[in-house]
Design a protein around this ligand. Structure first.
Ligand code: MN
Length: 512
């Protein structure tokens, strides 16, 4: 049997290095369980299947996520692809982990549907499916990243749709969650598949500039650190070339050629304090002339996803435009890891989105921020924004998203997705599943809890319908349903029931 890329103790070590309080027993148990469940299954690459969840877990350790999320990474394909069940996972790992693994199973089912349906709709469904716990989404992104890294083993014909979906849904999602490294890697991997010629051209042009650029980058770094030294600022300066895909996008968006593209590389200046951010900007602007309209202060006015930084563009040496981002280390962590930067908590505090979460008050503060950054609030806001599509321009066009403003998406216990108009009740749900289910419906459970049939369903609800053979629809239901299908079925059903009872009455009268 082939060796996995990482041994059990190596994975555990990776976690304990950043989280000494991690539950090693949990990690070991998840490792062994997933390995045994996947058994002799193979990946398209010929590797043992287990190498995939293991790599996904490794990506999650790069994001420094909590031990439960790492365990979910290991377990994420078990319900879907092996004989593992939700109840078995609940029993072995607790309900929390069971719910997360099930969330990933639901998304995987959406992946299968997505081939036919419109992307925007899938995006929305996906978001709703995960909006209960952002860790599901983090694992899904790690899963997609590993699948993109190993896309060369997938038959050619299937690569393009996967890469397109990555560009349209997962990369923007990673970006929206503030995970820029993840976004860039997903984009570049997908770009290679979707438009290899364009990428090749850009890579070629970049390499032509190569030596010249390197020299220029070094010169700017030297100039800046000298000036910073004079002012007593300890700064870490890193210069880098932009990624081919972001160059391509910029060329497309602005309809310009590579030659017209002025700022293909940027610098990051990391300083110890906020005060020094502003001093550094002063130093930069007195060293080179700044480009009007390019100065943005996201420290005094942070972006909605808590991104803090100062941006400016200057005309640097050799009249080259140079983009600079200035921030503190804490801000940089948020900029790099986004949501994941907040995701490691002591005392097993879960990263959950939901109303009235008990840990709301315990959100950790990020050192170096002048604002009181409340991670949970931010997460909730982000997820709400994603789910509501408030600022859809970064995703898909407005019109596509508007189509879904008035819908709710719910699941059957088996994970089938049922789309209903807003205001729909479990009765509508039952009829949407099947007329027989509607007609024989007597009660329901929403997310495992017994609820009235008149309850209004909410996005992401899992609805299980209790049925009783021989029962008939109540005429009063007509007033609580919103779908035409339910309404007409109720009319037909209760008319039939009335006829039967009239028949019985006639029969009884006849006896007398
Ligand atoms: Mn997977």
């Amino acid at each position: 049997m082939r060796r996995y890329s990482m041994r059990q103790y190596e994975l555990v070590e990776r976690v304990t290095r950043y989280n000494p309080a991690a539950d090693e027993g949990l990690l070991n148990k998840a490792y062994v369980y997933a390995m045994q469940k996947h058994g002799s299954q193979l990946r398209a690459s010929g590797d043992p299947y287990f190498s995939h969840p293991l790599e996904v877990a490794a990506i999650l350790t790069d994001l420094r996520l909590d031990d439960a999320t790492i365990a979910v990474g290991l377990l994420h394909d078990t319900i879907e692809d092996t004989d593992a069940t939700r109840s078995e996972i609940d029993e072995l790992f607790g309900e929390d982990i069971g719910r997360l693994v099930e969330g990933l199973t639901k998304i995987k089912k959406l992946d299968l549907v997505s081939k036919k349906a419109a992307q925007a709709e899938n995006l929305r469904k996906l978001l709703l499916a995960i909006s209960a716990d952002v860790r599901v989404l983090l694992v899904k992104l790690a899963d997609r990243l590993h699948n993109m890294r190993t896309l060369q083993y997938i038959p050619v014909g299937r690569r393009v749709p996967i890469a397109e979906e990555t560009l349209e849904i997962y990369a923007p999602l990673a970006g929206r969650m503030g995970m820029h490294d993840m976004r860039e890697e997903l984009e570049d991997l997908a770009f290679t598949v979707v438009n290899p010629e364009a990428r090749e051209t850009i890579v070629h042009r970049l390499s032509e500039l190569g030596a010249k650029q390197e020299e220029l980058i070094r010169q700017i770094e030297t100039d800046l650190s000298q000036r910073f030294d004079e002012r007593g600022i300890t700064a870490t300066i890193t210069g880098r070339q932009k990624r081919p895909y972001s160059i391509f996008r910029k060329m497309e968006r602005k309809a310009i050629s590579f030659e017209q593209l002025s700022d293909i590389f940027g610098f990051r200046v990391i300083v110890p304090s906020i005060d020094e951010c502003y001093t550094a900007v002063g130093v930069i602007h007195t060293t080179w002339p700044s480009v009007p309209g390019r100065f943005k202060d996201y420290i005094s006015t942070p972006k909605q996803n808590e991104y803090h930084s100062i941006h400016t563009t200057v005309i640097g040496p050799r009249h080259q435009r140079v983009e600079l981002q200035i921030r503190t280390e804490a801000m940089d962590r948020v900029a790099e890891y986004g949501i994941a930067a907040h995701a490691l908590y002591k005392d097993g505090v879960a990263l959950k989105i939901g109303k009235g979460h008990p840990s709301d008050g315990d959100a950790p503060r990020l050192a170096g921020f002048n604002a009181d950054v409340r991670a949970y609030e931010w997460l909730r806001r982000t997820i709400e924004m994603l789910a509501e599509g408030d600022t859809p321009e970064e995703f898909l066009e407005h019109t596509k998203l508007e189509l879904f403003q008035d819908q709710v998406f719910c699941f059957t216990p088996k994970g089938r997705l049922i789309a209903l108009p807003r205001g729909a009740t479990p009765i509508d749900f039952a009829y949407a599943v099947h007329t027989d289910v509607g007609n024989s419906c007597v009660g329901c459970r929403i997310n495992g809890r017994q609820m009235p049939l008149t309850s209004e369903l909410r996005n992401g609800d899992e609805v299980s319908i209790d049925r009783s053979e021989g029962s008939t629809p109540q005429p009063a239901w007509e007033n609580v349903v919103v779908t035409g299908k339910a309404r007409s079925a109720i009319r037909r059903g209760s008319r039939a029931a009335v006829r039967i009872s009239n028949g019985v009455i006639t029969f009884i009268l006849g006896l007398y």
